[in-house]
Design a protein around this ligand. Structure first.
Ligand code: NAD
Length: 493
């Protein structure tokens, strides 16, 4: 397999109203492999003209086209058909995602790719199980609660898992009965532009799913400001989420935001320290730390603190940086040189703020690695809650370690940032594990492991500044309550 065989020679086109289009201005942008920072493809860049075109197409498909009136069963069948097509082409998608995002090929092919196909199957089933309820009020009133699609949904994606997140979100949007305009990040657009081919081949009616690559401030903003778009969902940084909240105020449209995190991972002193160090390392180095729920604050009981640090250092130093197609690689590159530079700035801040550097923190000297955006696994100990490296999301393979003495102190340290996305607790005492999981202010907690094992069935809600709205199909739906008076001759006086 040569992954470059899957790369198109001509620029990747946008997909609007059931057609692959070249934008009016004909502008393109470079697609770069972060392993060596070489341009390996080009993609067309949408402007406001193409955004308007996509909004009209999605509007028409929802309001007057077949989609708005299609039965859940038929929508479900189309999703299943698309899922089969994707499964057939999975290797191609995994190669493109690895080339563009620097991920580990095996992880995309066998984990994320599997989750992508599963999203089509799961939401195809879900489309046929959307139930409302009848609420008992009194004997003369029937009170029905029904769920409706919002209509046209703009879905704005981040760069750290565009293929998996894109599939999960688009399938939920369509299963709920909405039409979609999808905007991937300009650092990671190809998997979504390619996914357009899957929807096209499956025979989705024109305008139901539209894909626009290009600038967040141009396309994203136009989607948020348009009164013709009923809902905008965005996964990305908290500051982008805040600007979307601001820009949506004129239309008061429905918004859903899945934002940043700085998740705590609490290690009590009754654990097997070898295992805990392995889990601790895993929790912040998966995808080189470019995972929203990464456990980037290790809060460790003082009784095992130094022993844990020593073992964590050993685990960190085992990581092998390299190309995601090399099966020996365990540490992938960061997505972009600008992002790597932000991560290096944080590493410098950690040193300046007086945290104790345990390992990493110095650029690789290897000539091949220097071509990419690699950052070694970096562990800072004795990090205090007032340090910026403790408070701010770094989004790289960098962890802060802080000691604690009591359970109450551990929870207080865990809850002392503006974020509330995820968290972990390691202890042999299950009562304590549950108590702490309940006390940490986050939407997702793991006890004695880190990361969910495919969480499509459960919501991953961002508490505090980590988000707005609940994930899953209900996120893309709105309720309506209908009251029916069954009493004969009941009229107001
Ligand atoms: P980002 O905020 O820079 O960009 C996200 C998307 O928003 C991109 O497509 C971008 O083009 C677009 N955008 C930028 N400006 C916009 C604007 N003014 N209006 C509308 N859209 C705009 O985020 P990123 O750097 O791509 O992704 C990393 C971030 O995503 C991290 O903070 C991470 O924690 C977060 N994330 C959260 C979750 C979650 O489930 N909570 C999942 C994955 C990633």
């Amino acid at each position: 397999m040569n992954p470059y065989d899957y790369v198109k020679k001509e620029p990747y086109k946008l997909y609007v109203n059931g057609e692959f289009i070249i934008p009016e201005k004909g502008e393109t942008f470079d697609v770069v492999n972060p392993v060596n920072n070489e341009v390996f493809a080009k993609a067309y860049k949408a402007g406001t003209k193409e955004v308007d075109f996509a909004i009209k197409a999605a509007r028409e498909a929802y309001d007057n086209g077949p989609w708005g009136k299609m039965s859940a069963k038929d929508r479900s069948k189309l999703l299943l058909k698309a899922g089969k097509i994707l499964e057939r082409r999975l290797e191609e998608f995994a190669c493109i995602e690895t080339l563009e995002c620097g991920k580990l090929f095996g992880s995309v092919m066998y984990y994320e790719g599997g989750m992508c196909v599963d999203a089509f199957e799961y939401f195809a089933g879900k489309a046929r199980c959307i139930e409302g309820k009848v609420v008992p009020i009194d004997s003369n009133t029937i009170n029905m609660v029904q769920w409706y699609p919002h209509g046209v949904v703009g879905e704005i994606l981040p760069w750290n898992g565009p293929f998996m997140m894109g599939c999960q979100k688009i399938c939920a949007i369509l299963a709920a009965g909405n039409t979609a305009i999808v905007k991937p990040s300009s650092w990671a657009s190809l998997s979504m532009l390619l996914l357009a081919e899957v929807f096209d081949e499956a025979g989705f009616p024109k305008g139901v799913v539209n894909f626009l690559a290009g600038s967040g401030s141009v396309i994203g903003n136009a989607l948020v400001e348009s009164p013709e778009v009923d809902m905008v969902a965005m996964t990305g940084g908290t500051s982008t989420g805040k600007s979307i909240i601001g820009a949506s105020k004129e239309t008061v449209k429905e918004i859903a935001l899945e934002l940043g995190g700085k998740s705590p991972n609490i290690i009590f002193d009754d654990v097997n320290v070898d295992d805990a160090a392995k889990w601790g390392r895993w929790g912040f180095t998966l995808n080189s730390g470019q995972v929203c729920v990464s456990g980037t604050r290790l809060i460790v009981h003082r009784n095992i603190y130094e022993e844990f640090l020593e073992k964590l250092k050993a685990e960190a130093e085992k990581m092998v940086p390299g190309d995601g197609f090399d099966s020996n690689t365990t540490l992938s590159t960061l997505i972009h040189k600008d992002h790597a530079s932000t991560v290096w700035d944080y590493i410098q801040k950690g040193k300046d703020e007086g945290a104790r550097l345990i390992c990493g923190g110095v650029p690789y000297s290897d000539e091949t690695l220097k071509k990419g955006n690699f950052v070694p696994v970096t562990v800072f100990a004795d990090v205090t809650t007032d340090m910026s490296i403790f408070q701010e999301e770094i989004f790289g393979p960098v962890v802060c370690v802080t000691p604690f003495d009591t359970e109450e102190e551990a929870v207080a340290i865990a809850n002392s940032t503006k974020y509330g996305l995820a968290g972990g607790v390691f202890t042999k005492d299950i009562k304590r594990g549950l108590r702490v999981a309940q006390a940490v202010d986050s939407g997702q907690l793991y006890i004695n492991s880190y990361f969910s094992k495919g969480m499509i069935e459960s919501p991953g809600t961002g508490w505090r500044e980590s988000g707005l709205g609940v994930a899953g199909i209900q996120k893309y739906m709105i309720s309506k309550t209908i009251f029916v008076d069954t009493e004969e001759g009941s009229v107001p006086y």
